[in-house]
Design a binder for this molecule. Structure first.
Ligand code: BG6
Ligand code: MG
Length: 214
């Protein structure tokens, strides 16, 4: 029985997965590192420095800690520029409805994003008040695919992890949900998210009565 639904943000509720990709791609081009959408799949859900390390794997030279911090800051600047004008119009179709359906059914909701920009973004999208808990990415020691993000949300909600479902577009996210012993719903390509318990094409494809009957 599902008592809480944990929502990822980037790529699930709004199209920022693409904005993150564009920001990384700009940086990668500037330093001459090969990078494309396929390589980007591995970065989805992964925190900023972890993503940078993955992107730098094919860079023409090595970067020390101070340089890596500067590169991460530069990427975040590009990303913040891309989300500057975001508003409720940037929610994916069905995103607000999905959150409202959870509330109407008496389920708890949490935002389980790895992004340090998440709190700002949900404010701009106008959905902040629909979450019972928002995980602060800055307090997570081991990010996705580690289950810590999800377990901290379950603890904050006071719900046993086995009674939680999570909605994720990233391979790292599905892995983290399964490691937390939660029901893992993938949003995206079933071939990419093959380990999920269920996969839908987009958040508007979620049939809420079905989720509730799990
Ligand atoms: C995740 C995204 O939600 O947040 C990743 O899927 C991103 O692509 C990560 O790297 C961290 O985001 P931020 O905003 O803290 O750099
Ligand atoms: Mg995501």
């Amino acid at each position: 029985r599902i008592e809480a639904v944990l929502f990822d943000l980037d790529g699930v509720l709004t199209d920022t997965a693409h904005a993150h990709y564009l920001a990384w791609k700009t940086l990668a081009d500037e330093i001459g590192a090969p990078f494309d959408e396929k390589a980007n799949e591995a970065l989805k859900g992964v925190d900023r420095m972890g993503s940078l390390d993955l992107m730098l794997k094919k860079a023409p030279r090595a970067y020390d800690a101070a340089e890596r911090q500067a590169l991460a800051d530069r990427k975040n600047g590009y990303y913040q520029k891309l989300i500057e004008g975001y508003g409720p119009q940037d929610l994916f179709p069905g995103a607000r409805e999905a959150l409202e359906a959870c509330k109407a059914a008496g389920l708890k909701t949490a935002l389980v994003s790895a992004s340090r920009n998440a709190a700002t973004l949900v404010q701009r999208l106008g959905i902040a008040e629909l979450f019972d808990h928002v995980v602060d990415a800055g307090t997570i020691r081991r990010g996705k695919p580690d289950p810590e993000t999800y377990l901290s949300a379950a603890a904050a909600l006071g719900i046993d992890p086995v009674h939680c479902a999570g909605i994720e577009d990233a391979q790292a996210g599905i892995a983290g949900l399964l490691a937390a012993r939660m029901y893992a719903v993938g949003v995206g390509d079933p071939a990419v998210l093959s380990s999920a318990d269920a996969v839908v094409g987009g958040i508007d494809g979620l049939r809420w009565p079905r989720i509730l009957s799990l």
